[in-house]
Structures are given as C-alpha cells and as structure tokens.
Design a protein around this ligand. Structure first.
Ligand code: HEC
Length: 173
C-alpha cells in the first residue's frame, strides 16, 4: 500500500470515532506538553479570550455612548431647526434658504406655499416656528422686509376697498 492510501484508510477509520467526540476533547493539549506547560497554555488562551471579550465589550460600550450623545445633541437643537429638518430637508439643503432673501412675512408665505403646493406637511402650530427660525438664520438684506410689510398693508387696505365703495354707493341710492 502506498503512503497516501494508508493515510486515507486511517482517516476513514478515524472519522466515525471523531464524530463521537465531545467538544471538550479538543481542548486536550498536545500530549508532548508537560502538565505544567499544558496548564500554562490553557491559562494563556483563557487570558487571550478574556482580553478579546473585554475589548469587544468596551468597543460596543463606546459606540453606544457616542450614539446616545449624538441623539442628545440632535434632540437639544432648537425646535425650529428640527422642524425645518423634518418638514423641508427632504427637498432642500441650506443653500435654498441662504439664497432666499425675504423677511419674516416672506418666510411665513413660503412655508404656506410649501405646505399647500408641495405637500410639506406643516402642522398648524409649526408655521410660525419654522418661519421664526428661518428668518433668524437668514435675515433679509436691503429694504426687503419693509417692502413686504408695505405690500401686506396694501393688500389689507386694497382688498376691502371695492366692498366699502360698493356699500357707500348702495347707501346713497
Ligand atoms: C416636496 C418637496 C418640498 C418640500 C417638502 C419643501 N419644498 Fe420648498 N420648494 C420645493 C420646490 C419644488 C420649489 C421650487 C418651486 C416653488 O418655488 O414652488 C421650492 C422652493 C422653495 C424656496 C425658494 C424659492 C422661493 O421662491 O421662495 C424656498 C425658500 C423653500 N422652498 C423653502 C421651503 C421650506 C422652508 C420648506 C419646509 C417648510 C420647504 N421648502 C419644503 C419643494 C419642496
């Protein structure tokens, strides 16, 4: 018999025996170690396993702490910032707000328009909070704010005007 077939034969005979082995049998150190050496090896391996476990645990703990810190930081932000992120960030980055040169009225109108036309899903109480925040972060330049108020006043005065005239005409006749 060749050497190879001998090895194969030995493996075939050994396989059923190995199948019966208990996992603890694998822990038996090589026979050429003295009991002291075997014990030292066992202790070293146990220490390595413990160290690896401690390292993995410390890593997981550090990751959890970082996540909790990030969550706390996000939750501690001003409500306006969080609302803008929740209602507007799906479609806009901060550049949109930087480019928009408008006063508080303009922001109110924009939030309305985004809610009505683009489905931003802004709740009733959130309109003012979002406008306040965006106005504070991106104040208008030039006479923009004054212009908005003038336009607003004009609308307030101009809209009821035809009605007032019509009433006066009716009273005269
Ligand atoms: C579903 C997508 C969507 C959401 C959500 C959305 N927008 Fe818009 N937004 C648009 C589109 C589209 C335009 C360009 C057309 C337009 O002006 O209506 C725009 C334009 C704008 C503009 C710039 C131009 C302008 O004419 O004033 C601003 C500022 C703006 N959005 C702010 C907001 C704010 C603030 C929110 C959150 C309350 C918001 N958007 C939510 C889609 C969205």
């Amino acid at each position: 018999m060749t050497r190879l077939s001998l090895v194969i034969c030995a493996l075939c005979l050994a396989a059923p025996v190995q199948a019966e082995m208990d996992p603890s049998d694998y822990e038996v150190p090589p026979a050429d170690l003295t009991p002291e050496e075997a014990e030292a090896l066992r202790v070293r391996i146990a220490a390595e396993i413990a160290a690896e476990r401690a390292r993995a645990q410390a890593e997981a703990e550090a990751r959890r702490a970082a996540e909790a810190e990030e969550a706390a930081r996000l939750a501690a932000r001003p409500v306006g910032e969080r609302l803008v992120e929740a209602r507007c960030a799906a479609c806009h980055s901060v550049e949109t707000y930087q480019q928009a040169n408008q006063g508080w009225l303009g922001w109110r109108a924009t939030v309305w328009r985004m809610d009505l036309l683009n489905g931003a899903g802004v709740d009733a109480g959130e309109h003012g909070l979002i406008a306040d925040w965006l106005y504070a972060q991106h104040p208008p330049t030039g006479g923009r704010a004054a212009l908005e108020w003038l336009a607003f006043l004009f609308v307030i005065v101009a809209l009821p005007l035809p009605w007032a005239l019509w009433r006066r005409r009716k009273q005269k006749t």
